[in-house]
Design a protein around this ligand. Structure first.
Ligand code: ZN
Length: 109
């Protein structure tokens, strides 16, 4: 059992996390120091990706075989019409079902 006496009231990070501290409201230093990013927008991203000349692919998508990465690859390839390189790393821990899904749904290069 870990020795959790406090968790961040915003992100639930436990006090056992190295270097963590909490303010009086129970919010951790990780949350307090987090600086979010301002999204520049889908149109600018697509314009930037499609404007590159002399490259074989517009983007690279890492495929784990899970629904999230497959959906991103689907969006890139089918919805946004990007020249997409889907990359799958066959680690010793990969799921056989994931590999089957990868091979059945993507062409390879
Ligand atoms: Zn937090």
């Amino acid at each position: 059992m870990d020795d959790v006496k406090q968790r961040c009231s915003r992100c639930l990070m436990p006090n056992s996390f190295p270097g963590i501290s909490f303010n009086n409201d129970g919010i951790c230093n990780q949350c307090l120091n987090f600086k979010g990013i301002e999204p520049l927008g889908e149109n600018l991203l697509l314009r930037t990706l499609k404007s590159r000349k002399g490259v074989k692919y517009d983007c690279v998508v890492g495929i784990s075989g899970g629904k999230d990465s497959c959906y991103v690859a689907y969006l890139a390839q089918e919805i946004y019409k990007l020249r997409t390189l889907a990359v799958f790393y066959e680690s010793p821990f990969y799921c056989h079902l994931a590999r089957e899904k990868y091979i059945n749904n993507f062409s390879s290069d």
